[in-house]
Write a protein of this length. Structure first.
Length: 315
């Protein structure tokens, strides 16, 4: 890559004043809600210990509202804190939550699956320009070189049907859709070549279950894959066990995945899990004309039955 191309890749995509404006709006709304007693807590982001980093936080007093921030390091999908396994981490009562567009898809899914009630939420939407990719220096600006793959082709920079919108979306450049190009490359392979690709990817899995822990839709009190009496899915860190785990999980998320790519970001072995989830989403769109959206939907095609469903696969 020549010097000019490098400079373009590292050029900031947005101005620092954008983050300052979003941050100020979030702080003001959080302080208002907590002062008036309209919510028990605000789930948002605060600065981390390392320069430029951010952490999820539960803010319960107006005085702490000034700690809230928004930056490219605010990557976590905070809707996971509304699920039953995480309920001990938040106070009882109505909650405010800060959401990006991709997070709102997860929130809509949880509402559709009756995990939470809309009247118990105050949704603070973010006019989001994008967040950092995994394993980048978070002291750098958001640029073409540092932005997450999912953000390069995002269609929900502005979340809809929220209670408050923080910030104004700046003009954003069109970036090459890296993930879509990778998916197209895989589609061009033969079935045997694609199977070999995924076997190689899953062979690196150490079964740390980080993907499960960060996923808003892995909210079961006991995961099917943890049961050993009877054992449905082999839980060994071996090829058979790894394949079973990832294929079962992909099927479990089909029609539900919000595309937040938190599973891929959290994976310490850099397995491209979002590619698999995107492929499943494309299959459901093609076969059932269904996709996870921004509005709550009670049931997806794999959890419901219609008399006119295609049964051609039955032999």
């Amino acid at each position: 890559m020549n010097q000019t191309a490098q400079n373009l890749d590292s050029a900031p995509l947005v101005d620092e004043t954008y983050y300052a404006a979003v941050t100020e709006a979030i702080r003001a709304e959080a302080a208002r809600l907590l002062t008036d007693g309209r919510v028990a807590a605000v789930i948002g982001y605060v600065a981390g210990r390392r320069a430029g980093s951010a952490l999820p936080a539960v803010i319960t007093t107006p005085e702490r509202a000034g700690e809230l921030i928004f930056s490219p390091a605010c990557r976590n999908n905070l809707s996971v804190y509304l699920t039953k396994p995480k309920q001990d981490a938040v106070p009882k009562g109505k909650l405010a939550i800060v959401v990006k567009g991709c997070d709102l898809r997860a929130l809509a899914g949880l509402l559709g699956e009756s995990q939470i009630r809309r009247e118990n939420l105050h949704i603070i939407g973010i006019a989001c320009a994008g967040v950092f990719a995994a394993n980048v220096d978070q002291s750098l600006p958001l640029s073409e070189a540092t932005i997450a793959k999912k953000c390069r082709e995002c269609t929900v920079h502005l979340p809809k049907e929220v209670d408050f919108m923080a910030g104004t979306l700046p003009m954003l450049p069109q970036l090459a859709p890296v993930e879509a190009e990778e998916l197209a490359r895989l589609e061009a392979l033969t079935p045997a070549e694609r199977w070999a690709f995924w076997k190689e990817q899953f062979s690196r899995c150490i079964r740390c279950l980080a993907c499960r822990q960060v996923c808003p839709f892995c909210f079961c009190t006991q995961c099917l894959c943890d049961r050993n009496r009877p054992q449905t899915v082999e839980n060994s860190v071996r090829p058979a066990g790894n394949l079973s785990w990832h294929i079962v999980r992909a099927m479990h998320l089909a029609g539900r995945c919000a595309g937040c790519a938190e599973c891929e970001r959290a994976c310490p072995m850099d397995i491209p899990l979002n590619l698999l989830n995107r492929k499943m989403a494309e299959e459901l769109k093609e076969r059932f004309d269904y996709e996870a959206g921004l509005s709550p939907q009670e049931k997806g095609p794999l959890t419901s039955y219609q008399e006119d469903d295609d049964e051609s696969f039955i032999k």
